[in-house]
Design a protein around this ligand. Sequence first.
Ligand SMILES: C[S@@+](CC[C@H](N)C(=O)[O-])C[C@H]1O[C@@H](n2cnc3c(N)ncnc32)[C@H](O)[C@@H]1O
Length: 280
Amino acid sequence: MSETTDTTETSTATGAIDGEADTTERPLVEGDLVLLVDAKGRRYLVTLAAGTEFQTHAGVVPHEQLIGRSEGIVVSTTKGQRFTAYRPSLSEYILAMPRGAQVIYPKDIGPILMLADIEPGCRVFESGVGSGALSMGMLRTGATIVGYELREDFASRATKNVRGFLGPEALDRYDVQLQDSYAGIDHTGFDRAVLDLPEPWRVVPHLADAMRPGAIVVSYSPSIIQVTQTREALDRAGFAEASTMEVLNRNWHIDGNAVRPDHRMVAHTGFLTRARRPAR
Ligand SMILES: C[S@@+](CC[C@H](N)C(=O)[O-])C[C@H]1O[C@@H](n2cnc3c(N)ncnc32)[C@H](O)[C@@H]1O
């Protein structure tokens, strides 16, 4: 999705190169996902289609007002409410997409990608897949996922979300199976395992056989009681290098000289536990 710019030229704030046409412009086209953001920061996801309208209590925007226009364009509804249109980033998509199960938030997905060292071509075991938020982060780095999920409606939602943001080709690397991961794992040779389900310690004993030596497991759990049980299970199964952390996210209010931390912060969401499978 990213554009490259010749850094030997002088770029303007809009990305245009001085004295030249704005070569980085990529107009919105039919089929694009677009995030419409109003003055209060409310966000709405739409897929552009000719003959369709974005409808809100504050009026209507025909998609024709967006198709062919520049990303970042401001449009007005029939009642005069203004929206700015952007292609959503992955974080924005995750926060706005339809959900089945509770998602892992971007603040934790980023660190999980690093802790688990998710890289192009690596084979990941994921359970459960829920709404597919974490799956999308991993697929976008080029990983291949076998995901075990108990609920058919969640598996279907995750698959739709992945297709919606990454396109149908991403599904070639996303094999979601309706399986209970507490009962066992029918596949072997995984480079990584990423767990987000109520009792991860019940999956850990199966991971020892399903993962290759040197492989990394990361487990996300909201409660420290879940963490202690998982850590004990990792020890029993012979995993090494175990560690647990959490990520706190504090934004800052910056308005001229009024500079202070926001009154609210995203503090606890979940604990991230990481361990490695040694050779036997
Ligand atoms: C919190 S959600 C996962 C959310 C996901 N990480 C995301 O970011 O969208 C937990 C999921 O685990 C699934 N689950 C629970 N127990 C399971 C099991 N034994 N085997 C497979 N999936 C299970 C649930 O159905 C649920 O969809």
